[in-house]
Design a binder for this molecule. Structure first.
Ligand code: ATP
Ligand code: MG
Length: 429
């Protein structure tokens, strides 16, 4: 059975190279048990590096350890459905049934009386942990805003701590694609983490998102920078990449030849998604040739060819074709620049536009998660290798022609001296 699983959020047969981050979560858990506080955590990285599977693993660990959890995901149309409203529903479902009329029971009542968490209610401007203890939840609360909701979520965590009839340790929220949350949600979440630390409430947020998530958080609350532990979820090193290939096969008594391993590790450049894709194809080639117990160098070569085609059709083309013509042109200009980061000014000048007039296109590309911006005026692709893929598209060819034609045109003097220009240049460039 092919053990490799290229895909979004699909748990790999061997989750390698992430022990330090998992260790950070265990530290939070251990510290809480002895009454110490820690910071909430943010996992950031490019598409396909394994943020979602890591977040899911951490969620599993927290649940097993007896935390009350909610696991939710931001969506591009965040305004339609607030993530905090999903958190509300999940917390209600996961709150333990306590018999006593203790604090947790009260909080459960209050929680269930909330109709929804929405941006359309006028802001309460209040968030204070514990404020809701005075309320009983007997009255329906109707819709509330993100700040008020986070106040109540904190109160739930405090109730968990104070209620002797529960063995739960606290509340932990797991939020994927967190860069997509509304600013008000990010602001409320950040403030809640701040408050939890100050008031020693066992409440943590583990968020995952694109590399500009820290910037989004800092825009929402300036002190966010000091509030979270930020972890880069990055490429795997060679030894880890080899493990990602070897271990799943080993479980089925299949081995990789040294040459095959070297080829795939080199091709995948440490990106987990690519390792799964090439691993899967190499395995498929070997098993279709009925060489079931060893993956040879030849299998790996064929697997890489097939894997590249799969990546182009899936990982890259699916995104490229979802973009509008204007968005593609913008990304083609980025790709043509050839470096990992481009500036919005350079893109604008390649497209003969102003950076300002391209603002809406850039904003849309960011919202759709194709590109990100960690610093003002700087942009990059969220998908590893996207620039290389785009360079092979007709849009990039067109733009190349436009730009090189333009470069030649610039050499033509405006007035006299036209005769000195070599016309041939038009055709050779
Ligand atoms: N540590 C790992 N070891 C081996 N394979 C992994 C690891 N992490 C992730 N993968 C594999 O990589 C692929 C991408 O994982 P995942 O969906 O978690 O990435 P992501 O960072 O959430 O991507 P996106 O930003 O697109 O949501 C999956 O096929 C998964 O099985
Ligand atoms: Mg993901």
């Amino acid at each position: 059975m092919n053990p490799y699983v290229p895909g979004a959020g699909l748990r790999p047969a061997a989750l390698v190279g992430r022990d330090p981050v998992i260790g950070d979560l265990r530290t939070i858990i251990d510290r809480t048990t002895i009454g110490l506080m820690d910071r909430s955590m943010i996992l950031k990285g490019l598409r396909g590096v394994g943020k979602t599977v890591l977040l899911n693993e951490m969620w599993r660990i927290a649940r097993e350890d007896g935390w009350i959890t909610a696991r939710v995901e931001g969506a591009a149309s965040a305004e339609d459905r607030l993530v905090l409203d999903q958190v509300r529903a999940e917390l209600i479902a996961n709150l333990p049934e306590t018999k006593s009329k203790g604090p947790l029971q009260k909080m459960r009542k209050l929680m269930t009386s909330i109709e929804s968490v929405s941006l359309s209610v006028s802001p309460s401007h209040t968030l204070s942990a514990g404020m809701s203890f005075s309320q009983t939840g007997d009255e329906p609360k109707g819709p509330i805003d993100p700040a008020e909701f986070m106040g109540i979520a904190l109160s739930v965590a405090r109730a968990v701590k104070d209620d002797s009839s529960t063995t739960a340790h606290g509340v932990m929220l797991f939020i994927d694609e967190m860069q997509l949350l509304a600013k008000q949600e990010l602001s409320a979440i950040t403030y809640a983490c701040h408050k939890a630390g100050q008031d020693e409430i066992p409440f943590y947020v583990i968020g995952a998102g694109l590399p500009d998530l820290p910037t989004r958080l800092a825009e929402a609350r300036s002190y966010a920078e000091r509030l979270f532990t930020y972890r880069d979820i990055d490429r795997l090193d060679d030894a880890e990449a080899r493990d990602a290939l070897i271990i799943p096969a080993y479980k089925q008594a299949v081995t990789w030849s040294e040459g095959a391993l070297a080829l795939v590790v080199n091709e995948a450049r440490g990106y987990p998604y690519f390792l799964q894709q090439y691993g899967k194809e190499a395995w498929a080639v070997a098993s279709s040739a009925k060489r079931v117990n060893v993956i040879s160098e030849a299998d790996a070569k064929d697997g890489i060819t097939r894997g590249r085609a799969e990546l182009e059709a899936g990982f890259y083309a699916s995104r490229w074709h979802r973009a509008t013509a204007a968005e593609r042109k913008y990304m083609a200009a980025m790709a043509l620049a050839g470096s990992e980061f481009s500036t919005t000014d350079a893109v604008a000048s390649a497209l003969k536009r102003t950076a300002q007039s391209l603002g809406p296109t850039r904003a849309k590309l960011i919202e759709r998660g194709f590109i990100y911006s960690s610093y003002r005026g700087q942009i990059a692709f969220t998908v590893p290798g996207m620039g290389g893929f785009i360079m092979q598209t007709p849009e990039a060819d067109d733009l190349k022609r436009e730009i090189s034609g333009d470069a030649v045109a610039r050499q033509i003097p405006d007035e006299e001296g036209v005769a000195t220009v070599d016309e041939h240049m038009y055709y050779t460039t």
